[in-house]
Design a protein around this ligand. Sequence first.
Ligand SMILES: *Cc1c(COP(=O)(O)O)cnc(C)c1O
Length: 400
Amino acid sequence: MAYLKFDPNLGEDGYFGAYGGQFMPETLMGPLGELESAFREARDDEGFRAEFENLLRDFVGRPTALGHARKLSAHYGTAPIFLKREDLAHTGAHKINNALGQVLLARRMGKTRVIAETGAGQHGVATATACAHLGLTCCVYMGEVDMERQALNVYRMRLMGAEVRGVSSGSRTLKDAINEAIRDWVGSVESTHYVLGSVLGPHPYPLMVRTFHECIGREARAQILDACGRLPSHLVACVGGGSNAMGLFYAFLGDDVAMVGVEAGGTGTGPGEHAARFGTGRVGVLHGTRSVLLQDDAGNILPTHSVSAGLDYPSVGPEHAHYRDAGRITYARAGDDDALAAFHRLCQMEGILPALESSHALAHLDVLMPTLGADDLVVVNLSGRGDKDVSTVQASDSRA
Ligand SMILES: *Cc1c(COP(=O)(O)O)cnc(C)c1O
């Protein structure tokens, strides 16, 4: 297969081809520039890198395992499937890699306070955890509707000493929480760092968040070579903002390895029924970055739906939009019901309870595996554990 030549400098200037950039209020352009310089200096500093690596090892529990899913592989009967076990990371998902990296950077910059926004609460919990561990004050913005739906995560954040501020404007969900967090940052930027939770937002966030997650693919590459003596033929990961997917994919971009990102197909293809941006989305700007958005003809952001809160966002990371256009990464969708079926299958066949987000990646195996042969080798990113989703799954069972 002929692939786009891998460019390690892509994104360094804030652009991934036609996507990315820095579309923010004037008052934040200076602070974003400072953040960019601080990130570059930290990235080049042995001391910072060593401290981050030590935290990943001793606090997060990295490297996370890469395991052969024997019964799942036999179920399809074509190629072996390996699971990269981000569900085994501290707090139960990949998000802690980025939260720790950014909070460590905030402390290095002399900031004493951290803010974050959260939808389902997973990024809020990861950030609150990192702040407790590293000794920074933490304030998390969350829509009031989400606070009700995710009461347990609100309590987990408070247990870690974080303040959770309810947002009562708009639809009282994630995008309103983002607006509130940005408003806070405009007024507090001297003391405060804004921890963004995916490969989204203005430069340098997409580049920085991906960098802090690159450990996923670096580990997986060494682990699969060790286990099988060859590289995988295919990588599969779910794509909300796209951080767990970029984290896995990045180390393989220069190799002859096919990559599939799986978006939330929800309940249908109509507006408001899914979050599959690469289906009907069009180019636009949201929350500081140019990417592919679900919007109507007048440019209004459309509502989205997914059974998994972590995939339920109208935009996608700009790096993904670039690699989609370039044909380097392909994108598929999996619906709510397919994800739920994949969730049950992994529980029963492998004794692993996957996050509903990760279950979308697993659901794509139904499409991919019948097209493969014994020479192929698949790695699926199991981005998180599903304990948080058990009540959602239980409710769907009683509906069925
Ligand atoms: C937040 C989350 C996602 C989606 O975010 P990405 O930035 O696309 O990785 C996926 N899986 C889990 C378990 C999550 O918590």
